[in-house]
Design a protein around this ligand. Sequence first.
Ligand code: NAD
Length: 253
Amino acid sequence: MFNFVSSDPLKRARQELNKATSVAVLTGAGISAESGIPTFRDALTGHWARFNPEDLASPDAYARDPEMVWQWYAERYKDVLKAKPNAGHQGLVEIERRKMHAKHKFFLATQNVDGLHTRAGSGRHGGDYVELHGNLKFARDEQTEEVYPLPQPEDLKVPPFSPAGHRMRPHIVWFGEMLPANGFQRAKHAFREAKVALVIGTSSLVQPAASLIQETLYTGGTVIEINPEETHLSDHAAFSFRMTAAKGVQALL
Ligand code: NAD
């Protein structure tokens, strides 16, 4: 049998993706950059410029000044509702659709808290999808751990209280906190069995999310990275494309 192997890396990556019976995707802040959502550090402007991410996104910060932390999250929540999913988010929905249609496996793990994958339609075709770091749209009762959607930003008073009358915290995984065990275990399994892992718009530095990629590398799966900047994953990935998320994902379709 004659197997045609193209010398064009994009074409080869596309072929690998097409034939893969299980695909796992990890996305980070970069996939939402083209929707106008800044990465964490880029959002620290104006009043917030004097803060480090750890000053706002940690249990200590919240214990010190819950109102200030809530004001920061209320602003991020407002920005996110104004943003729209871009061709990167939409392209991943199309990959999920094709994989599920072919009775293959598809898993999407995002480190983003903006909910743009959900709004684009991820999970709609039956693929598995997990928001590893939570979602800005939700808050959690500090006593019962029940999760509730926030009202629209104009109706949001911070800190919000649950129907049981307890104070609620953002439904976000802060620095130093554990990821939700069930979601992370599902992700680990999916990356371990992935024939292809797509890694899009993440510096691959934030642990333990970044360790998911190691699962695919250890088991001999093909890792495809899309990031306009080189990262420390770039040398280990089978394919590393210096492209934006929107261009890169569309180029793989
Ligand atoms: P990061 O900020 O460490 O890295 C972002 C990466 O995106 C960089 O490697 C950068 O080169 C790349 N990038 C920039 N523009 C891009 C584009 N147009 N297309 C593709 N890639 C692009 O982000 P991270 O690794 O995801 O980790 C930061 C943490 O901050 C995460 O834990 C996440 O929860 C949180 N965060 C989330 C959001 C969001 O929900 N949108 C935004 C900011 C921060």
